[in-house]
Design a protein around this ligand. Structure first.
Ligand SMILES: Cc1cc2nc3c(=O)[nH]c(=O)nc-3n(C[C@H](O)[C@H](O)[C@H](O)COP(=O)(O)OP(=O)(O)OC[C@H]3O[C@@H](n4cnc5c(N)ncnc54)[C@H](O)[C@@H]3O)c2cc1C
Length: 422
């Protein structure tokens, strides 16, 4: 059996290693278009804070890791997939045949057109290790940095830049930051925390104009008419899936590559995993794209098992984001927005930046938001993923949402030992 994997991020690497474990005699080719060895984007913020060197971002640390597993690691860009011939075409013109193919090509950052048009080397995304190298040079202590966007990844980058000592101005088009993982209450608390930590946050702000002055310095004009001359502008306004090379292949796509519970695309011997895949969401039962590493890793493993012929039905990934912005830890889990007809409970401590919001479907926890809580928050994930019936613990949580650990112990012990006896 010949397995070919496109993409050397966490999804692709995990898939290759899993295949080697369960299919020892197969041929495995892993193809990626980025220079250097496979690395984790998640480690970039630590690199930017000088907490690790470049090698700390590498997914595997031994030099001969891939060779020792007989994984043929190729650096090339895949330009075309031809399912009729079961082959792919590389940018060097070569073709490679496969029996089973995995597409794990991830996503890439959106560009900001007005900034981009300046052609300035002071404008960067923060998505690849190469981006991070440029940023590290330009975002020194005391330097003015403009951060465009305020989503999950933007906030991670913002913390890293601020911890380097850069003076960060964060602009966001709407009124709310981290909208994809927070309600307005939590988001307002986060904004207040950042401002307390010295970040300038401009909501309702877009870039009206940008140019390079004679000295090559960037000058940005906002829609308010205010100007700024940052040493660096970092664009983090979201991502799009890397699927263009699949055009004409017949592989069905929507917001990403559509996959079934076996991570299989619309073409039976082609699978997809990670950021590029629109797979089943544990909470909604619908297909959605999750831009998080745990989903990439789960997908990669499940796809590989299926490619090797071990039927592995994927239960769906749980959307879970845990964010550390300047020491304030926030988390969103599952259906944190709640559902029609569901109940909710909320505990707000504005002075101490602590917040819990729980969402229920009847007596099951289906989603949660937390701020300023670090202890036992894994339990929230457990309660959601096990779909445990909370029984009387639901009312106790409505009265005091901070009791989730006790609710977990009470309701799961009831399942294990004393089911029905409360
Ligand atoms: C700064 C930053 C911080 C983050 N922090 C977190 C975090 O705290 N928690 C979290 O869960 N997630 C985080 N993420 C997101 C996480 O990194 C991604 O979800 C994860 O990398 C997805 O893995 P993947 O394998 O699907 O894709 P990727 O890691 O993007 O890997 C895909 C690879 O495929 C390559 N490729 C694309 N097209 C082709 C082609 N045609 N031919 C060959 N190769 C190709 C790409 O260049 C890339 O190397 C962060 C991301 C960034 C940028």
């Amino acid at each position: 059996m010949k397995h070919v994997i496109i993409g050397t991020g966490p999804a692709g690497v995990l898939a290759a290693e899993t295949l080697r474990k369960v299919d020892p005699d197969s041929g495995i080719t892993l193809i990626g278009d980025e220079p250097g060895v496979p690395y984790s984007r998640m480690a970039i913020p630590y690199y930017l804070q000088d907490r690790i060197g470049e090698e700390g971002t590498h997914l595997r640390t031994t030099d001969d890791h891939y060779k020792s597993l007989k994984i043929d690691l190729i650096r090339a860009r895949v330009m075309k997939v031809n399912p009729g011939k079961n082959e792919i075409t590389l940018d060097n013109g070569k073709t490679i045949g496969y029996d089973r193919l995995l597409v794990a090509t991830g996503s890439r950052a959106y560009r900001e057109e007005v900034l981009e048009k300046t052609g300035s080397p002071r404008v960067h995304a923060c998505w690849t290790l190469e981006d991070a190298r440029h940023i590290a040079k330009l975002a020194g202590a005391g330097e003015e940095v403009l951060l465009v966007g305020a989503g999950f990844v933007a906030c991670i980058i913002m913390s890293a830049l601020a911890r380097r000592g850069a003076k960060v101005t964060s602009i966001v088009r709407g009124q709310q930051m981290v909208r994809s993982m927070m309600n307005p209450t939590a988001s307002a608390m986060v904004k207040r925390w950042w401002e307390k930590e010295g970040i300038r946050v401009l909501t309702g702000t877009t870039i009206a104009d940008a140019k390079c002055d004679a000295a090559g310095k960037l000058e940005v004009t906002f829609n308010s008419g205010n100007r700024m001359k940052p040493n660096l502008a970092v664009v983090a306004t979201g991502v799009q899936p890397n699927i263009e090379f699949l055009e004409g292949s017949g592989i069905a796509t929507d917001g990403g590559i559509l996959v079934d519970e076996y991570l299989r695309t619309s073409i039976p011997n082609i699978y997809a995993a990670g950021d590029v895949a629109q797979g089943y969401d544990f909470s909604t039962g619908e297909q959605s794209v999750h831009i998080i590493q745990p989903t990439a890793v789960d997908h990669g493993r499940a796809a590989a098992l299926n490619m090797a012929g071990r039927t592995c039905k994927f239960q769906g990934s749980l959307l879970m984001n845990v964010l550390d912005t300047m020491g304030l830890i926030s988390g969103s889990f599952g259906r944190w927005q709640g559902i029609d007809g569901g109940d909710s409970a909320e505990l707000i401590d504005e002075d101490n930046f602590r917040y819990i919001n729980l969402q229920f479907d009847e007596d099951r926890l289906i989603g949660a938001l937390t701020l300023g809580h670090t202890e036992n928050i894994g339990v929230i994930r457990g309660l959601i993923q096990t779909k445990v019936s909370l029984g009387p613990w639901k009312q106790k949580l409505v009265e005091d949402p901070s009791q989730f650990m006790k609710a977990y112990l009470g309701s799961t012990q009831a399942i294990g030992h004393n089911a029905g006896v409360m």
